[in-house]
Design a protein around this ligand. Structure first.
Ligand SMILES: *[C@@H]1O[C@H](CO)[C@@H](O)[C@H](O)[C@H]1NC(C)=O
Ligand SMILES: *[C@@H]1O[C@H](CO)[C@@H](O)[C@H](O)[C@H]1NC(C)=O
Ligand SMILES: *[C@@H]1O[C@H](CO)[C@@H](O)[C@H](O)[C@H]1NC(C)=O
Ligand SMILES: *[C@@H]1O[C@H](CO)[C@@H](O)[C@H](O)[C@H]1NC(C)=O
Ligand SMILES: [Zn+2]
Length: 342
């Protein structure tokens, strides 16, 4: 009897711990070789040289870059997950001190380790990054000492970096960092070489600005693009393929919204809104929740069919990526589908 009740409570516990029906051990498609990152050394990090003192450091999930000059080392970003390893990587290349630290943007996962460089370094960021940081004061992300609005040329010894702001993309204040001699370009949280973007198109705060930034990248004469994530840098080909993916997702989502304004038996407004409205009279959010989920699911399926196996993890965040695109098409681009009646 005790044994039976033990089994019973174990079953109840197991069912309860599965929570809201979330699969805790899903099996996703394998990662193609083209997505694999730099080899990680015994220090826990991988390093790539672009010549003339330019390097990228990664621990496999995040990336920072640094430039060795005759007068000091310039670092861009310090993700906490790389942290001390960035000091090791620099220390193993040069004994020249770190003098300048650039913040690509305000997010803690990219700059939350910058205090490792001490408080004597010159910190540089866009004026909107400084403003954003004052909204959420954080001792790990000191407000930058130097800010700029449109562009800023940083010359330290023999190294030159061109910092440029081209409007909001992933986040307000997210800047392009360009080394013209090495033809290295960094723009964080936009391009994911070999991979589909992280959830919500890399947590973008501005989908049209995010899409535009692909073209802005392509305007540069670069050999290496540093996206800030995963294990490798990218090339022009990586930017072009991601642009194709994003435009494909956009067109699939736009088609779906337009079809949902018809009497399509699968995703048409009557088919989608009817049953949920009948069950939830007076609840205006309920049909919308179902509508948006059905749209995102439909577009995720359609986009998966083309991208699975081409870009890594197309099946992981496709629903979130389709969802943010659907919502942006509706409220940014004005493709309102069934809500378009004037
Ligand atoms: C060089 O890197 C190793 C880890 O690979 C680290 O243990 C060592 O302290 C580093 N040297 C310097 C000078 O930072
Ligand atoms: C600048 O000087 C450093 C240190 O001597 C050197 O490693 C690097 O290649 C030089 N870079 C350029 C762009 O001249
Ligand atoms: C969707 O509908 C809008 C508004 O009627 C139209 O401008 C747009 O071209 C349509 N897009 C597609 C992909 O059919
Ligand atoms: C998307 O694919 C899943 C799994 O194959 C399926 O269950 C679901 O019905 C599909 N959704 C749409 C809207 O086609
Ligand atoms: Zn970010």
């Amino acid at each position: 009897m005790r044994f039976l009740s033990y089994i019973l409570s174990a079953i109840i516990f197991a069912t309860a711990s599965l929570g809201c029906g979330i699969d805790r051990a899903p099996q996703f498609a394998p990662i193609p070789d083209s997505a694999k990152g730099l080899p990680i050394g015994i220090g826990g990090y991988g390093i790539e040289s672009y010549g003339k003192g330019a390097y990228m450091v990664t621990e496999g999930n995040y990336q920072a870059i640094f430039f060795v000059s005759t007068k000091g080392v310039i670092v861009v970003d310090c993700p906490p997950t790389i942290g001390h390893m960035l000091l090791w990587a620099i220390g193993n290349v040069t004994s020249i001190p770190i003098t300048h630290v650039i913040y690509s943007h305000a997010h803690a996962d990219h700059i939350g380790g910058v205090t490792l460089f001490g408080n004597k370094v010159t910190t540089i960021a866009h004026v909107e990054t400084a403003r954003y940081l004052t909204l959420t004061p954080d001792p790990n992300r000191p407000v930058p000492k130097v800010t700029f609005k449109d562009s800023y040329t940083l010359r330290v010894g023999n190294q030159t970096l061109e910092l440029t702001y081209k409007g909001e993309n992933h986040l307000i204040g997210n800047i392009f960092i360009y080394a013209p001699v090495q033809k290295v370009l960094m723009l964080v949280d936009v391009i994911y070489p070999g991979w589909t973007p992280f959830a919500l198109l890399g947590q973008t705060k501005n989908v049209p600005g995010y899409i535009r930034s692909h073209y802005q990248i392509l305007d540069y004469d670069f050999k290496h693009i540093i996206g800030g994530h995963l294990g490798r840098s990218g090339t022009r080909a990586d930017v072009l393929i991601q642009l194709e993916y994003v435009l494909d997702l956009k067109s699939n989502c736009e088609c779906a919204i337009n079809t949902s304004a018809t009497d399509d038996s699968d995703i048409g407004a009557t088919a989608v809104f009817g049953p949920v409205t009948a069950k939830n009279l007076g609840n205006g959010w309920a049909p919308f929740k179902v509508y948006l989920d059905v749209m995102a699911d439909y577009c995720a399926n359609k986009t998966n069919a083309k991208w699975l196996g081409k870009l890594a993890a197309a099946d992981v965040f496709q629903f979130e990526n389709a969802g943010v695109m659907i919502e942006s098409l509706r409220i940014d681009y004005g493709i309102l589908g069934p809500s378009a009646t004037v």
